[in-house]
Design a protein around this ligand. Structure first.
Ligand code: 5AD
Ligand code: SF4
Length: 476
């Protein structure tokens, strides 16, 4: 695909805005007749990218005249934005779609839509069609921007609507976004993935890599900062491929630097970085720019070269560690986090112990650990896998124990220190009513006035657990 073909055209977007206006009119008529405004609820599963898509869905629904509902129980439109990365996530979605049948019986006029990564798989789209006849709209990840048209069709013709074409996804700029708050902003810089790690469904459901234009990204970030955002999160399945296959003058480190150079008081984070594409230039940029968080999410997946090869990850444990060492030398207070899959087909105890050794060597601040989940259509799903589930579970628990001990030690070493935090939201602890985050990305429950939420302040750390820190606000 040539770069200009990657964008949804202004004409196509204008057509969707017409559908939005027509729906808004229908909803106004409904309000005038029944004295209540129709409402909508978007339920989201999975990664930050999905959350960003859900914010777009909420934005589009708002412009169609739906007010936000607090849950699915009394919403007129319920959309589920699904995740396909592991079977567990899919089972949860199917369970929740099943539960909606009662709402639909009680209120046949409600519209139920299922979108996101699950629906982009043909077999799953068929299942939703056949086994869940009360689901009105099924829309794939690539159809997100056509949501107004799909809802309009359902509202006016009453038929079920399916839009799960296997197309090369495109970028739709300027869609409305309904954000939770203006403290932390999520900004997609690229979509899709070309890596085809052998266990992963993402390249099949999210399509090929495509990068937004630097000026569109920078304008969005500027807008967020003007609205008071203090944390900018740049998102992509593999942010370090930003700009590949385009004639943009910027690669990801250049973009990161440009974002960090915008005026204002904010911190920049980004995810996810594939180790094969994370360069010394990226690390140097992080070291140079004060506003870039000293934090790197660098999924390693396994510490065994044999398994990494079977996973099609295209780096060795030694190459990975070299990058870690370089980053630590350039940014001494850097915090690393990672994703690890336990029980990949053919993983031996020795392979697993190499993973443990790597975890001990890196000393991650936190890990996201997953039991391998076969995904239909991926190469790994047809690899022989003779390790019993109980053995995989044992390995998983061992890994969690090792990591918890490391996180506990790292956190314990913070007690007595004072650091900058961003106050993000209310917490569930009465004595520490504010949930905040250090520049390195650690959660701090803070004894501070909730009116500090949305500001940076200094925290004196008084207590630690493996998962979080507890602190008191102190003056500069
Ligand atoms: N099984 C288990 N974990 C998976 N991930 C991706 N695919 C699978 C799978 N089939 C994990 C990887 C990835 C994270 C987002 O999800 O660790 O980095
Ligand atoms: Fe999946 Fe690998 Fe792409 Fe990440 S880089 S989304 S694990 S294929």
């Amino acid at each position: 695909m040539k770069n200009q073909e990657v964008f949804v055209t202004p004409q196509e977007l204008a057509r969707q805005r017409e559908f939005t206006e027509r729906i808004a009119k229908l909803n106004d008529e409904y309000t005038a007749r029944y004295g209540r405004r129709r409402s909508a609820f978007v339920d989201c599963y999975g990664c930050q990218q999905n959350e960003a898509d859900a914010e777009c869905m909420r934005g589009m629904l708002r412009e169609m005249g739906y007010e936000p509902a607090k849950d699915e129980q009394d919403a007129d439109v319920v959309l589920l934005n699904t995740c396909a990365v592991r079977e567990h996530a899919e089972m949860r979605v199917l369970g929740n779609v099943g539960a909606l049948s009662h709402c639909k019986k009680a209120r046949p006029d409600m519209i139920i839509g299922v979108g996101g990564c699950m629906t982009q798989q043909t077999a799953m789209a068929e299942k939703l069609k056949k086994s869940f006849p009360y689901v009105d709209i099924v829309f794939g990840t690539h159809a997100l921007w056509r949501l107004p048209e799909l809802i309009y069709q359902k509202l006016t013709f009453g038929r079920r609507v399916f839009d799960v074409e296997d197309e090369d996804g495109r970028i739709a700029e300027g869609l409305p976004v309904q954000r939770k708050d203006y403290i932390r902003g999520w900004v997609s810089v690229m979509y899709g993935c070309n890596n085809f790690c052998s266990y992963c469904i993402v390249p099949y459901v999210r399509g090929r890599e495509r990068s937004r234009r630097p000026e569109d990204i920078l304008n969005e970030v500027r807008g967020l900062i003007e609205k008071g955002c203090r944390e900018i999160n740049l998102l992509g399945q593999n942010v370090n491929s930003y700009g590949h296959g385009t004639d943009y003058a910027m690669d990801f480190p250049d973009l990161l630097r440009a974002v960090a150079q915008l005026p204002g008081d904010f911190i920049v984070r980004f995810m996810t970085s594939h180790p094969k594409d994370a360069t010394r230039k990226l690390i140097d940029t992080m070291a140079d720019c004060e506003k870039i968080a000293p934090q790197l999410h660098l999924p390693v997946q396994s510490g065994s070269d044999r398994i990494l090869k079977e996973m099609n990850r295209r780096y060795t444990a030694a190459q990975y560690l070299e990058l870690i060492d370089y980053a630590r030398a350039r940014i001494p207070n850097i915090a690393f986090t990672s994703d690890i899959i336990v029980g990949f087909p053919g993983e031996t105890l020795e392979d697993f112990e190499q993973t443990l050794a790597l975890v001990e060597r890196v000393r991650y601040h936190a890990l996201f650990t997953f039991l391998y989940s076969p995904r239909g259509g991926t190469p790994a799903a047809s690899m022989p896998d003779d390790t019993p589930h109980e053995e995989k579970q044992r390995r998983f628990e061992r890994l969690c124990q090792v990591q918890n001990a490391i996180s506990e030690q790292i956190h314990a070493a913070c007690v007595g220190q004072t650091c900058r935090v961003l106050c993000e939201s209310k917490s569930r602890f009465d004595a520490f009513p504010v949930a905040a985050r250090t520049d390195t990305g650690r959660v701090v429950y803070l004894a501070a006035d909730p009116k500090e939420i949305g500001t940076f302040c200094r925290a004196h750390i008084v207590r630690a657990s493996p998962w979080a820190l507890f602190g008191e606000k102190v003056e500069d």
